[in-house]
Design a protein around this ligand. Sequence first.
Ligand code: MF3
Ligand code: CO
Ligand code: CO
Length: 275
Amino acid sequence: MEQYVSVTPQEAMQARDGTIKLHGAEGFDGMRKAGRLAAEILDALVPHVVPGVSTEELDDIVRAMTMRGGAVPATLGYRGYTHSCCISINHVICHGIPSDKKLKDGDIVNIDVTPQLGGWHGDTSRMFLVGDVPVKAKRLVDVTYECLMLGIEAAKPGNRVGDIGYAIQTHAEKHRYGVVRDFCGHGLGQLFHDAPEIVHVGRPGTGPELRPGMIFTIEPMINIGKAAGKVLDDGWTAVTRDRSLSAQFEHSIGITDDGCEIFTKSPKGFDQPPY
Ligand code: MF3
Ligand code: CO
Ligand code: CO
């Protein structure tokens, strides 16, 4: 059985030990600020995500904006990672490393940012369409966004983590897409990755109960082909085994008395492409 503990902002720094932290008003306030900055960074990237831009140039913009917002990129120095965001193109599932590689017409791209502001982590990612994208790829992107929002609808007291996974899996599989199992959503707050794991597949009524004060991400990764992935020799880049296209969206949310609050909604309404 899961253990739940109500935490003050100080106690929210406690190392991960499997316990599920329940945050109070101050935690929600800190997450609101960090989440807003994260969403503003993605909003600001929109005019820059065009054919010919390198992913390193986009990473530079993310770092500059993060620091201008009084935050630090949580990925910088995280487990040896040396960039300010992850940029995952086409068949890359997640954790694509910014490089001199340039975006090209027709690419679908995920950019995942995590500013740490006042100790709190705003973790969010969106898909960007580069130039003219084939209908099949656009459909994957749309369905993946719908998966995220259906998962969020299931995130409320009385439900369990398995209800979130079930909502996502059912919708993705209706479209014959594969739901990635190798990576999942996660608790967060003053820690970048905390309990519980939010798996994007599941059965209704299973898993940890959702209680007010829980803060976590939902970040489904959906493949046009099979669910299986592998990590490249660089130790980070996760790709689909069958090289099929993969898409992902991520929001950071907090469970409230009657549902949840999304901390990372786009102030500009750029939550789902086209932007
Ligand atoms: N932002 C990712 C997440 O959603 C984690 C990236 S860790 C990194 O959890 F080191 F790869 F950047
Ligand atoms: Co995350
Ligand atoms: Co993320």
